[in-house]
Design a protein around this ligand. Structure first.
Ligand code: PGA
Length: 257
């Protein structure tokens, strides 16, 4: 049975005070690790340390939203994996659609980051997902295949234990439009199938595949009860305690058929 995973991606939001108070409210609400659900928040870089202190010892883990693949050195403006680990990050989100489509990251760069993070002990949520135009052109599965092939190139079976996938259709991110249950489960099943073919069925069965894209308290429970959906990567709704805790509670109450 895969442990559900609910992760909050705060993106370029919050200031010091709102970040730390959100972190400490969540830590108060979820003081102890929950067997059924793994929890994570990913604040902006400047607030990682403060939010890390706020959630320390609670069920809430700390993650970053990006990392650079080089070791510390002359890379102005970048943040090294070593620094993220140093401030208590356990996870990092890589390949998010905003980094692919707004900041121009390629599968090759994302792969360099995935390899660097996993080899240094930072766990990875690798995001994949198609544009609306790609879905309309019937290319969803081939886009996902390309992003999986590119992002996971050179990874052995063992390091995959420290990786989760997030399926985030780009047209559903921040738009209020959520994938239907059929669209989500079929994309997730396709990704799982890809993992079986590329690696083996144990890898595919153990891999957590999160759904992301306008997850809200009202749709979280039904999405997470789908057979192939193992949690949620939540953007907008992770910025308010009430909505994020309602999504976490929906995960705790989820039963798989
Ligand atoms: P959203 O963002 O929940 O605001 O749609 C999800 C994400 O981009 O991770």
């Amino acid at each position: 049975m895969r442990r559900l995973f609910v992760a909050g991606n705060w993106k370029m939001n919050t200031l010091a005070e709102s970040a730390t108070s959100l972190g400490s409210d969540l830590a108060k609400q979820y003081p102890e690790s929950i067997e059924k659900v793994e929890l994570l928040v990913c604040p902006p870089f400047p607030y990682l340390a403060a939010v890390g202190s706020a959630v320390d010892g609670s069920a809430i883990q700390l993650g970053a939203q990006n990392a650079y693949f080089e070791s510390p050195g002359a890379f102005t403006g970048e943040v090294a994996v070593e620094m993220l680990l140093d401030v208590g990050s356990e996870w990092v989100i890589l390949g998010h659609s905003e980094r692919r489509h707004v900041l121009g990251e390629t599968d090759e760069t994302i792969n360099q980051k995935v390899l660097a993070c996993l080899s240094k002990g930072l766990k990875v949520i690798l995001c994949v997902g198609e544009l609306l135009s790609e879905r309309e052109a019937g290319q969803t599965e081939s886009v996902l295949d390309g992003q999986m092939e590119g992002g996971l190139a050179g990874l052995d079976v063992e390091s995959l234990q420290n990786l989760a996938i997030a399926y985030e259709p780009v047209w559903a991110i921040g738009t209020g439009v959520t994938a239907t249950e059929e669209q989500a489960d079929s994309a997730h099943a396709h990704l799982r199938n890809w993992l079986t073919n590329r690696y083996n069925s144990d890898v595919a069965q153990d891999m957590r595949i999160l759904y992301g894209g306008s997850v809200k308290p009202g749709n979280a429970g039904s999405l997470m009860s789908l057979p192939n959906v193992d949690g949620a990567l939540v953007g907008g709704a992770s910025l308010q305690f009430d909505s994020f805790s309602a999504i976490i509670d929906a995960a705790v109450e989820t039963t798989k058929s």
